[in-house]
Design a binder for this molecule. Structure first.
Ligand code: GDP
Ligand code: MG
Length: 175
């Protein structure tokens, strides 16, 4: 039983991006395998945890979720303090949420540690008919900025696990 074993590392990961892109649901999918259509916005900062095994080490991911602070520059530097990884989420059906990704990267560069690992996530990949952001645009941006990239669906779970594990493995490779 994983609970009786000793945690080797705790990795703080922050989830950022515009409001309503699915940050809370991605987190809920990864930590509880749950999804809800009416996620009420919570007040204040909170985090969820999940422990995974990477290369034989027990790693507790402590994943922080913003709650109503997604307005430009409203996320405080305390939120980023000690973060080793960031998941920067946009909604593939909302062009504006992708246009704002550059701002979020600036925020990270300004507040987070230089060595922070970042994965760009295009969420709601289940809504193919409503797609407003071509995958190639995001791939190009991610390559320019040196970010990892994946499209996910918190609704059906596609790529959520893989994306988190990729980020955690990347953090593990530099600790
Ligand atoms: P947040 O403000 O970024 O935390 O966004 P939420 O996680 O609260 O999600 C906003 C809305 O989008 C909610 O109604 C969710 O149910 C919905 N949503 C989140 N992820 C997905 C997804 O992958 N697919 C679909 N179709 N809806 C999603
Ligand atoms: Mg939320």
């Amino acid at each position: 039983n994983i609970l009786h074993e000793k945690i080797d590392y705790v990795f703080k990961v922050v989830v950022i991006g515009d409001s309503a892109v699915g940050k809370t649901q991605i987190l809920s999918r990864f930590t509880k395998n749950e999804f809800s259509f009416d996620s009420k916005s919570t007040i204040g900062v909170e985090f969820q945890t999940r422990t995974v095994t990477i290369k034989g080490k027990l790693i507790k991911a402590q994943i922080w979720d913003t709650a109503g602070q997604e307005r430009y520059r409203a996320v405080t530097s305390a939120y980023y303090r000690g973060a080793l990884g960031a998941m920067l989420v946009y909604d593939i059906t909302k062009r504006q949420s992708f246009d704002h990704v550059a701002r979020w990267v600036e925020e990270l560069r300004a507040h987070a540690d230089n060595s922070i690992r970042i994965i760009l996530i295009g969420n709601k990949s289940d809504l193919v008919d409503l797609r407003a952001v071509p995958t190639e645009d995001a791939v190009e941006f991610a390559e320019d900025q040196g970010l990892f990239f994946s499209e996910t669906s918190a609704l059906n779970g596609d790529n959520v696990e893989t994306a988190f594990l990729r980020l955690l493995e990347e953090i593990y490779s530099v600790v």
